[in-house]
Design a protein around this ligand. Sequence first.
Ligand SMILES: [Zn+2]
Ligand SMILES: [Zn+2]
Length: 338
Amino acid sequence: MKAAVIEAIGQPLVVKEVPTPEPGPGEILVKIEASGVCNGDIDAHAGDFPTPALPQLPRIPGHRGAGTVEAVGADVTRVAVGNRVGVPLVHRSCGHCEYCFNGQHMLCSDVILTGFQVDGGYAQYVKAAAAYVGRIPDGLNIEQAAHLTCTGVTAWGALKAAELETGQWCAVFGLGAVGQYTVQYAKAFGLRVVAVSAHEEALAIANATGAEVLVNSRADDPAKYIRQQIGGVQAAICNSTTVEPFVQCFHALRRKGTLVAIGLPVADLPLPIFSLIMKEITVRGSFVGSRNDLEAAYQVAARLGIHLDTEEAPLDAVNEVFRRIREGTTSSRILLRP
Ligand SMILES: [Zn+2]
Ligand SMILES: [Zn+2]
């Protein structure tokens, strides 16, 4: 099969023929139709993550792959040949630690990540653990499903972590693929949405899909603007890859508000402790989400038409795609077609 392989950190991926994997017991072989490119893939490939979070090489990256089950190994009952599935970041976990028992497999200390410890979806085929793939419902096209396999579950998990009630305000800082989906899911959760971005075009899309208050972070101080316009928000979800927006999120919160961090800058977060205490602010991280979250995100996207405008490129163009996303000339809404 054809695959894009990271052979050395920071070096161009090599698109080449590699053996097609064979599914063992509990595993399936998925024929990839579309594979979303994530900022996480790009940062990991560049070596920007801490060493334990870098892929083990050589490695086929990709944790937003979606396609059709081509073959199943022994003891697979959850999915069948011909089913459509998404192959998410968590390849498998131990299954028996306190986190796995609690539906929090992404916190398992023995978690194995797709595209990092095992090969991912930048290929014609990927091997996956049947128990961990997301089953794509009718009514959700493969392109949306591919992106949602990473972004949908991340947005869904972040909104759950925000613990908001219907009618409360949620600010979404950063409007890449995750941010745009978060705006739409927030609406589905019955929340009122503030969208914050430095890009007018992204703000216009967020506005068309449900954001009521728009803040161009180049023109206004987002925290100040949000406090002036609506008195602050009950939660702010930050998916930026730089530190400053996290601090802005903090200052945009009302008393008792929650900052949910989902972006991954490798940096410390400087916050005023005095204000944290006096306002009883909660700061929490949210790492993707559970298997239930993934399938719930698919189901709601299918029913409500949750949608991201996607762009496509052939797998052979992977290095060009990485370069363009890194340079900021396109955002992480590109799908690779193997
Ligand atoms: Zn991702
Ligand atoms: Zn575990």
